[in-house]
Write a protein that binds this ligand. Structure first.
Ligand code: CP
Ligand code: NVA
Length: 260
């Protein structure tokens, strides 16, 4: 497990999960191997492949994730990059399925920054049909090519809005994430000003007009993108959501090892 950025859930869920499957996971933190700094990504890929059955990586630059996968001779699992976070969103969709019992007529309203989490939702929208509505401030839209990809896939309905109240109407799920992701934390103050009105409050949850659930990939900045009242409400499923990272990733690893 190569981590160029900090982590709680990804590290713990992969390490514990792999142990539960009978494996052993090795944690390589930001100061250990210096991927892309002390040593070329392509060299690390070849070296680490010689000792391990799977590589899980959390990296800053998505191009490094692709380079790792290109040069590794074992499967590479993306544990988050500046572009996307696929394990998170697979676990999230599983959590929705577990909670609702089906995925029919599903509307997910994402309120906040058009970041890596949103890119993974958009990519999932190419595989499964759902309505995905994003409410973000001007200038914080997701990557246009990824929006195009999701729209062109023709499976899901994709909408972008700058009005959270209107975006959440009829939503089954209201989802948010931090306004300043890892690598952008120095913009936190500026973003707090620009994202004014995008906090998920009880009032915003009520604006869905339904018994909606609240989700967040965590870690949350309580009182910033979401209020304590929402995060701790009975309709918030953030902790089962976090737990499901482990179960879904175990399924992913079994599949990659040809055992699932
Ligand atoms: N949701 C998530 O990936 O959390 P960590 O950054 O703590 O791993
Ligand atoms: N968008 C957040 C997700 C953390 C799990 C980040 O990249 O920091």
């Amino acid at each position: 497990m190569i981590f160029a950025k900090p982590s709680a859930r990804t590290r713990i869920s992969f390490e514990t999960g792999f142990y539960r499957l009978g494996g052993h996971a090795l944690y390589l933190g930001p100061d250990d191997i210096g991927i892309g700094k002390r040593e070329a990504v392509s060299d690390i890929a070849r070296v680490v492949s010689g000792y391990n059955d799977i590589i899980m990586a959390r990296l800053f630059e998505h191009r490094h994730m692709l380079e790792l996968a290109e040069h590794a001779s074992v499967p590479v699992v993306n544990g988050l990059s500046d572009y996307n976070h696929p394990c998170q969103i697979m676990a999230d969709m599983f959590t929705i399925l577990e909670h609702r019992g089906h995925l029919d007529n599903l509307k997910i309203a994402y309120v906040g920054d058009g970041n890596n989490i949103v890119h993974s939702w958009l990519r999932l929208a190419c595989r499964l049909p759902f309505n995905f509505t994003i409410a973000c401030p001007e200038g914080y839209q997701p990557d246009p090519d990824t929006i195009k990809l999701a729209k062109q896939a023709g499976l899901s309905e994709i909408a972008i809005s700058h009005d959270p109240m209107q975006a959440v109407r009829d939503a089954d799920v209201v989802y948010t994430d931090v306004w300043a992701s890892m690598g952008h934390k120095e913009e936190a103050d500026e973003r707090r000003r620009k994202f004014e009105g995008f906090t998920v409050t009880a009032q915003l949850m009520a604006a869905t007009g339904k018994d909606s659930i609240f989700m967040h990939c965590l870690p949350a900045e309580r009182g910033v993108e979401v209020t304590d009242e929402v995060l701790d409400a009975p309709y918030s499923i953030v902790f089962p959501q976090a737990e499901n990272r482990m179960h879904v990733q175990n399924a992913i690893m079994l599949r990659l090892l040809g055992k699932g």
